[in-house]
Design a protein around this ligand. Structure first.
Ligand code: PAF
Length: 282
C-alpha cells in the first residue's frame, strides 16, 4: 500500500494508472462500516484509494475537529489487510493552505437536517469531496447510507458540476443489536448505548407501518416520536420524512423517501435513517 501525503503525489499515481479506481473518503478511526465501503470498492475496481483527513471545515469549532477520534496505526493496519492500493493522508496545510478561499455549496440540500443543526457542515463536506474528486478522478466514489443526507448531497454536486463519477451508496452497517456503527458510539456509556437501540427500533416501526399502507408523513413521524419519548435519556433533535433526491419534507410518501432522525444521547448526537420505498408487485 502506497501512502500519499500531497496532491502532487496523488496526481503522479493517478496519471499513470491503467484500470478503474474506486475512492473511499473517510476521516479515519475506521470501523466495520468503512470496511464495507472498502470491500465494495475492492470488488468493483482495479485500484482502491482511501483518504483519511479530519476535515476541519466541516466541524463547528476547532475544538470539535481536534477532539474527533483518531486511530492512525490501527487504520493503516486495517487498510493493509483490505488490500487497499493507496491511502491519502494530507495535512491541513496541504488541503487548505494559507490564503485558501474557495468553497462548494449545494444550496437547498445543505440547509436542512444536519445542515441546519451544524451550520457550515455540508459546505465543508461538499468542498473536501469536490477537491478529492478533482485530484483522484475516480470511476466510483463510495459513501455510506448511514450519512443519508451526505450521500444525497454528493449525488447532487456530482450531477450539478458534471463530475464524471459513479456515486455508490452502501447499506448502513449495524451491530447485532441494530445500533448503526459510528465513530461517535465510543462516547456512549453502557446505559446510553442501551437507550440508543430505540433509534433503530423506531425506524423499524415506521418501516412496518409504511408497509402496512400508512403513507401520511405526520402519522409516520409520530410513530417515531412515541417510541423515542419512552426513554428519558433520549432527546429528539429532528424526525424527518423527506423526498429522496431533494430532501424536501413530505406530507405524503409517494415514491421514495428518506426517513431520518437525530437524537441526543448524553453528550452525543446520533443519526440514523431508513429508506421508505413502494415495492412494486410484478
Ligand atoms: O463521512 C465522512 O467521514 C466525511 O464527511 C467525509 C465524506 C470523509 C468528508 O470529510
Amino acid at each position: 500500500m502506497q501512502i500519499l501525503k500531497s496532491f502532487n503525489d496523488v496526481s503522479l499515481v493517478v496519471d499513470n494508472l491503467s484500470g478503474t479506481l474506486g475512492l473511499v473518503p473517510t476521516m479515519g478511526c475506521l470501523h466495520a462500516g468503512h470496511l464495507s465501503l472498502i470491500k465494495q470498492a475492492r470488488m468493483q475496481n482495479d485500484f482502491v484509494a482511501v483518504s483519511i483527513f479530519v476535515n476541519p471545515i466541516q466541524f463547528e469549532s476547532e475544538k470539535d475537529a481536534h477532539e474527533y477520534p483518531r486511530n492512525f496505526e490501527s487504520d493503516i493496519a486495517m487498510l493493509e489487510s483490505e488490500n487497499v492500493d493507496f491511502v491519502f493522508i494530507p495535512d491541513i496545510g496541504e488541503v487548505f493552505p494559507y490564503g485558501y478561499q474557495t468553497y462548494v455549496t449545494v444550496t437547498e440540500i445543505s440547509r436542512v437536517l444536519e445542515g441546519s443543526r451544524r451550520p457550515g457542515h455540508m459546505r465543508g463536506v461538499a468542498t473536501i469531496v469536490t477537491k478529492l474528486l478533482i485530484v483522484f478522478r475516480p470511476d466510483s466514489i463510495y459513501c455510506g447510507q448511514k450519512d443519508g443526507q451526505q450521500s444525497i448531497l454528493i449525488k447532487r454536486l456530482v450531477k450539478d458540476l458534471r463530475i464524471p463519477v459513479d456515486v455508490q451508496v452502501c447499506p448502513t452497517v449495524r451491530d447485532s443489536d441494530g445500533l448503526a456503527l459510528s465513530s461517535r458510539n465510543i462516547y456512549l456509556s453502557a446505559k446510553e448505548r442501551k437507550s440508543s437501540l430505540l433509534l433503530y427500533s423506531s425506524l423499524c416501526s415506521v418501516q412496518d407501518a409504511f408497509r402496512d399502507g400508512i403513507k401520511n408523513s405526520h402519522i409516520l413521524r409520530n410513530i417515531i416520536a412515541n417510541v423515542l419519548t419512552n426513554d428519558s435519556l433520549l432527546e429528539t433533535v429532528y424526525i424527518s420524512i423527506a423526498d429522496f433526491d431533494t430532501l424536501e419534507e413530505l406530507d405524503q410518501v409517494c415514491n421514495k423517501a428518506l426517513c431520518s432522525i437525530a437524537v441526543k444521547v448524553g453528550s452525543v448526537v446520533l443519526i440514523d435513517n431508513i429508506i421508505l420505498e413502494e415495492v412494486l408487485n410484478e
